[in-house]
Design a protein around this ligand. Structure first.
Ligand code: ATP
Length: 312
């Protein structure tokens, strides 16, 4: 009897922005405690997984040249982790992964983590596994702290390393403008810079997350704009002083507030509505302070199958 090869599966996965990112002091184990509020945005990568005799990874699109295609690719780590979890050979997974990137690489929007989450969801479908999101999230945490949120999407509170996820009520859509900088920033270097700034002085710290959660449930972008905060911003700006100009340009263009996204260098601007976001994006693009400008909306769902192509 001929074995039927299942058709390739394509998963769409969102970028994230941190509306609130509180970083604790350096712990003895080298990590920092974090309290963060994530929102998933309409800026996304698409990841296709297929059964193949020539296993491996191919990366196309935004920043593809700077993404590894070997075992260090986070999507490949996800393939191996899931293979091992379900008793398949992690060294010979017979899977081909194609990543179409729109999320800026090393941009502070968790693009690599998103691709890992997409690979988990795609493979669970391709291999017809009976596995729920909560079980996938346990694997996701081992791959990276931002991977679980990319599975769930929406708006969520993250604690511990940011990887213990609790969904947050945010019924209203928010409108964002995203400014990609030239090149990326290494997340560990940004944390090291924050530790250095804290050893030297007292950079401002964001307060508790409760106010942001109230701002979200109000649905009023003007209220939320006053409450956005990111402890990593001072460190990202210290490493990339040009970000000051980008942040100022977005607010001058009419955004309600601007902030560095995660560890940067991408900047995210909250706007009052969809029309305002389009106007801010056009003006920011003309200001020549960043590489690329995109309009986005949040919250969006987490990694989800968008297509299964029937094999020819
Ligand atoms: P975070 O916000 O989670 O700290 P980031 O958005 O700043 O991450 P990523 O785009 O996830 O950064 O990439 C960080 C590094 O991880 C890149 O420099 C790249 O070398 C590596 N990497 C591994 N897999 C991927 C992937 N699938 N996509 C992008 N980068 C990847």
């Amino acid at each position: 009897m001929l074995a039927v090869v299942p058709p390739p599966v394509t998963v769409r996965v969102p970028a994230k922005v941190n509306l609130h990112l509180a970083v604790g002091n350096l712990r003895a184990d080298g990590y920092h405690d974090m309290v963060t509020v994530f929102q998933a945005l309409s800026l996304h990568d698409d990841v296709t997984v297929a059964i193949a005799d020539d296993p491996g990874i191919e990366v196309l699109g935004e920043g593809a040249d700077s993404v590894p295609t070997g075992p260090s690719n986070l999507a490949w780590k996800a393939v191996r982790a899931l293979a091992e979890h379900v008793g398949r050979d992690p060294e010979e997974p017979k899977v081909r992964v194609v990543i179409r990137k729109n999320i800026p690489v090393a941009g502070g929007m968790a693009g690599g983590s998103a691709d890992a989450a997409a690979a988990l969801v795609g493979l669970a479908s391709l291999w017809r596994l009976e596995i729920g999101r909560d079980e996938l999230a346990l694997l996701a945490r081992k791959i990276g702290a931002d991977v679980p949120f990319a599975l769930y999407g929406g708006t969520a509170l993250g604690t511990d390393r940011g990887d213990q996820i609790v969904p947050v009520l945010a019924r209203h859509p928010f409108h964002w403008v995203i400014a990609f900088d030239k090149g990326g920033l290494s997340t560990p270097e940004v944390f090291t810079e924050l530790d250095r700034l804290r050893a030297d002085g007292n950079p401002p710290r964001v307060g508790a997350a409760e106010a942001v959660l109230e701002g979200l449930s109000s649905g009023d972008p003007r209220q939320l704009a006053l409450l956005l905060g990111n402890d990593l911003q001072a460190a990202a700006v210290s490493l990339r002083p040009n970000l000051r100009r980008t942040l100022r340009a977005g607010v001058n263009a009419g955004a309600l507030a601007g902030m560095v996204s995660g560890s940067g260098p991408t900047c995210a601007f909250l706007c009052s509505d969809a029309d305002s976001a389009v106007r801010v994006a056009a003006e920011l693009a003309g200001a020549g302070v960043c590489r690329t400008v995109r309009v986005a909306q949040g919250p969006m769902p987490g990694a989800r199958v968008i297509a299964t192509e029937e094999a020819p």
